[in-house]
Design a protein around this ligand. Structure first.
Ligand SMILES: Cc1cc2nc3c(=O)[nH]c(=O)nc-3n(C[C@H](O)[C@H](O)[C@H](O)COP(=O)(O)OP(=O)(O)OC[C@H]3O[C@@H](n4cnc5c(N)ncnc54)[C@H](O)[C@@H]3O)c2cc1C
Length: 391
């Protein structure tokens, strides 16, 4: 689609965060002219299509829990909300649950997080090793102190989530333009226009940086320093020759994370020390070296595991504290909003984050969830606000 000369809001990046933002802008303020600029029409490198699809309430920060509650409900209702006149909008939601497990020395931390979850109305069970073993017979528990099972969590298909949102945005009148923002024209305290690789200039009243792992580059176009780096992560599809009960999304303190997928399993182990960069190369030895030992330790039946496929993708990692940056550059560039740095949680939080940006642009304030602690101010003041426990 041709870029317009001007619009009300211009969104840079057409992944799940950009599309969710466009959707909430147009449903909250019908008639608003919204353009989404996405440089890769086939989404070859975007993180959304490489995600594992997990959605969970298990966090310790109030904001993440509240965003999950809203987003999971949105994902459950996705087929009704996103159906267009010509297409259904399946999302393959599986309410498979999440299970966090920790060794004895971290049990009190997990218990504290469990209390926070219950205070926020989340369904959650705190399990001791015996109860864990009864519920998940394949799980090795002799070195565990506790686990928390959240049965209403689950996973969906990120491909269908992105394309369902995209089709709905287009049906609502949003313009999705295949082009790249190469510069932003700033004058005074506002961004005035985006300059595209094609040479087009698009003026707008508000701008949203939803460029995922590339958002620091987009921030740099207006002199805004964002501590967001590309962090490569592998996802593996594997099977187990031994019988295993259906597993929830299991996560531990060493960042092992996997779940049932069809007749097999999908997941991996995040290496937080991975050198930052735009590296999509696949290390085909990683599963055998790192993932398989971790999975087989926790579930001895996985001694007989076989990896069938490995792919890589980028987290848009917030180096300050692992939480997203959702907000504008108050006092300097009021009309430039950042929505990035989700550090592995951007697919599940896209609906709530998109709604938050829409509220800020339309109402000038948070109406649904107070996300002020996720603002850019904490970056300027070097005030990390991090999750406690499992990431
Ligand atoms: C292996 C893996 C597993 C994951 N698992 C989960 C999970 O289970 N649950 C979860 O919630 N999250 C998960 N994530 C994280 C999740 O994928 C991301 O947080 C989320 O997709 C971020 O969405 P986004 O729209 O911000 O970024 P993206 O999907 O990357 O979209 C950003 C888009 O911006 C475009 N762009 C960049 N610069 C420009 C420019 N200058 N002009 C125009 N366009 C531009 C890019 O082409 C890209 O398409 C996982 C990620 C990986 C890699």
């Amino acid at each position: 689609m041709q870029a317009p000369e001007k619009c009300d809001t211009l969104i840079i990046g057409g992944g799940v965060v950009g599309m969710a933002t466009a959707y909430f802008l147009m449903t909250t303020a019908p008639g608003m002219a919204v353009s989404v600029i996405e440089r890769e029409p086939d989404y070859e490198h975007c993180s959304t299509l490489r995600a594992s699809g997990g959605c969970r309430v298990q966090f310790s920060c109030f904001e993440n829990i509240a965003m999950s509650l809203f987003s999971i409900d949105f994902i459950r209702r996705f087929p009704q909300l996103m159906a267009t006149a010509t297409r259904e909008a399946p999302i393959d939601w599986v309410e498979g649950g999440y299970l966090f497990v920790v060794p004895p020395e971290h049990a009190s931390l997990l218990e504290a997080n469990y209390t926070i979850l219950r205070q926020h109305g989340c369904e959650a069970d705190l399990l001791d090793p015996a109860a864990l073993s009864a519920r998940f017979p394949s799980l090795r528990v002799d070195d565990l102190g506790a686990g928390v099972h959240t049965p209403r969590d689950g996973w969906c298909d990120p491909y269908q989530m992105l394309h369902g949102l995209r089709r709905k945005v287009i049906e609502l009148g949003g313009r999705v333009v295949a082009d790249e923002v190469v510069a932003l024209d700033v004058s005074g305290k506002a961004v005035r226009a985006a300059i595209l690789r094609s040479g087009a200039r698009v003026a707008a009243s508000s701008f949203v940086n939803a460029a995922g792992a590339w958002s620091a580059q987009v921030g740099a176009m207006v002199g805004m320093s964002l501590p967001i780096s590309p962090l490569r992560r592998f996802e593996h599809y594997f099977t187990c020759a031994n019988p295993v009960e259906r597993l929830p999304y299991v996560k531990d303190i060493q960042r092992m994370a996997f779940r049932s997928e069809g007749v097999g399993f999908s997941g991996g182990v995040v290496d937080s020390d991975e050198p930052r960069g735009y590296n999509f190369e696949v290390d085909h030895g990683y599963f055998e070296r790192v993932v398989w030992p971790a999975v087989a330790h926790r579930f001895p039946v996985f001694e007989a595991a076989k990896c069938h496929r490995t792919w890589s993708g980028l987290y848009e990692q917030c180096e300050l504290d692992g939480n997203p940056i959702i907000g504008n550059w108050s006092g300097t560039l009021e009309n430039f909003h950042v929505c990035s740095g989700f550090s592995g949680h951007g697919m599940m939080h896209a609906p709530a984050a998109g709604r938050a940006i829409a509220e800020r642009i339309i109402h000038g304030e948070d109406r649904s969830i107070d996300l002020s602690r996720f603002g850019y101010e904490r970056v300027l003041e070097n005030r990390p606000y991090a999750e406690r426990g499992i990431l």
